[in-house]
Design a protein around this ligand. Structure first.
Ligand SMILES: NC(=O)NCCC(=O)O
Ligand SMILES: [Zn+2]
Ligand SMILES: [Zn+2]
Length: 496
């Protein structure tokens, strides 16, 4: 059945206008001035959008669902995590797919069929690379053929997931060759490992040890290193979870110099600060532990302003919410504290509140950072990220006048903790449409297990456009052609 979304304000990244929207068979059929599409009203379910914003569904570029991390299973799988996402206005996400033991990425990839059985909305993956070999390089090519065109590298978690600079160089060059986008978790894992031992020796075992072992400088240094290596390799780069002012400035400077770098803010990074990590109650503190750490108010405000103003390009969640009981395993040592916080359901509301209600950004910029920029970075635009004829009908209605309070008692995640507990938000997603169907009406979900689709992407997206000719010009301008020499016995005129 068709949907006729009538009387709302349609917002795209390039502006907003009063318009009606017709949806048919999972796609946006038409967008036109109010009343102009009335001929299509017959047999359509009418959605009254008067006074509401009609916007593209959110795209979360960074989640960890149904995953084993630090030896624990995330409480949210593809059903509960995606249901939570839909209730918060997100209609597509990119999950981090871990390789099997020994770095077997093709083996890790087979996990996606499990996700498919539970999923209720569109999703895609970034494949995590932890080892390097000819087989891994070849397997990357196979995954790109399958439409999985982004690879994630951890520069932290020493002895576990951390990769070397040498691996990054191999992998960045391979990404460049394949037209696939590399993503980095940028923190200096060696510096962190050293600090962790020093802190434990000094008797600091609580969650504050996590903070102290990962100061902003270790994030900034690794971000600069990753950006530099990507520049040397001539490949675009996506920096996940930029949490500090310095790291953000590294991204912004690289972009100002013409480098193709995308910086991802997080809902946790713009929505909360680290103050409760110093609280005496363990669970209250542990709830906020993630990497890179949630930082001081100064960093939060800087990252929020940078996201609004354009220093950062989009906002994701890094949703990896744990239960309080799971966080308890870090009571004796912060090294055992599972890293990660929630956000998949809260991101759209937190971002609306922090950017639009604060007056820092327009609804169009909100759409850009929550949806359109992600679709562009991962080569899905305008199939995703726009309310335009022909686009996927992933749409949300947001009522800017409804206030609500975020709480673990009403969220849809399987976790019992919520870092945004008690946050009062003005502006509520009162309807989510996924693949052309109303799946959230502001109170209840109508989702179907298995309805989600794995979205395959084309390599060599817009971030890669022109790179080859750019490289060619660089090589020539640096005179990288063989120098012709003759043996003059050290007595050439030039030498004298
Ligand atoms: N961010 C976090 O603390 N947990 C999830 C894994 C990661 O992205 O580093
Ligand atoms: Zn990370
Ligand atoms: Zn992550």
């Amino acid at each position: 059945k068709r949907l006729y979304i009538k009387g709302g304000t349609v917002v795209n990244a390039d502006g907003e206008l009063a318009a009606d929207v017709v949806v048919s068979e999972g796609k946006i059929l038409d967008v036109g001035p109010p009343g102009s599409l009335d001929a299509r009203l017959q047999s359509a379910q009418v959605v009254d959008a008067t006074g509401k914003y009609v916007m593209p569904g959110g795209i979360d570029t960074h989640t960890h669902l149904d995953s084993i991390f630090m030896g624990k299973n995330t409480p949210d799988d593809f059903f509960s995590g995606q249901a939570a996402a839909l209730a918060g206005g997100t209609t597509m996400h990119f999950d981090m797919l871990m390789p099997n033991k020994g770095g077997d990425i093709l083996g890790g990839y087979t996990r996606h069929s499990e996700a498919a059985k539970r999923s209720v909305m569109d999703y895609s993956f970034h494949m995590v690379i932890t080892h390097w070999s000819d087989q891994v390089s070849e397997a990357m090519g196979k995954l790109v053929e399958e439409g999985m065109t982004s690879f994630k590298f951890f520069m932290a978690y020493k002895g576990k997931l951390q990769v070397s600079d040498e691996l990054l160089m191999h992998a960045f060059h391979r990404c460049r060759e394949l037209g696939a986008l590399p993503l980095v978790h940028a923190e200096n894992g060696d510096a962190i490992a050293y600090a962790q031992q020093e802190l434990l020796k000094a008797g600091i075992t609580g969650p504050e040890g996590h903070q102290l072992s990962r100061p902003p400088a270790v994030e900034e240094e690794a971000t600069l290193r990753a950006v530099t290596l990507a520049k040397v390799a001539g490949v675009p780069l996506f920096v996940v979870h930029v949490m500090s002012k310095g790291a953000m400035e590294v991204v912004a400077r690289a972009r100002t110099a013409g480098q193709r770098v995308v910086g991802e803010a997080l809902s946790s990074g713009i929505g909360v600060n680290q103050s409760l990590i110093w609280y005496s109650d363990f669970r209250t503190a542990a709830k906020f532990v993630m990497s890179p750490p949630i930082r001081t108010e100064e960093h939060r405000l800087a990252v929020r302003a940078g996201l609004a103003g354009g220093a950062l390009q989009l906002v994701a969640t890094d949703h990896c919410g744990w239960t309080y009981a799971q966080k308890d395993s870090g009571r004796n040592s912060f090294l055992e504290l599972p890293n990660g916080v929630n956000g998949i359901e809260e991101r759209m509301h937190v971002t609306w509140h922090q950017l639009v209600n604060s007056g820092l950004a327009s609804p169009s910029r909100f759409v850009e950072v929550t949806s359109t920029a992600a679709a562009k970075a991962f080569n899905l635009y305008p199939q995703k990220g726009a309310i335009k004829p022909g686009a996927d009908a992933d749409i949300i209605l947001l009522d800017p006048n409804i206030a609500h309070t975020i709480s673990a008692s009403s969220h849809h995640s399987q976790s019992d903790a919520n870092i945004f507990e008690g946050h009062r938000i003005r502006g509520k997603v009162i309807m989510t449409i996924s693949q052309g169907k109303v799946v959230w009406d502001g109170r209840k979900l109508a989702v179907e297990r298995g309805a989600g689709r794995l979205i395959r992407r084309q390599a060599h997206g817009p971030l890669f456009h022109g790179l080859d000719s750019q490289r060619q010009a660089e090589l020539l301008s640096f005179g990288h052609v063989p120098v012709s020499r003759s043996d003059t016995g050290g007595s050439s005129k030039e030498e004298l």
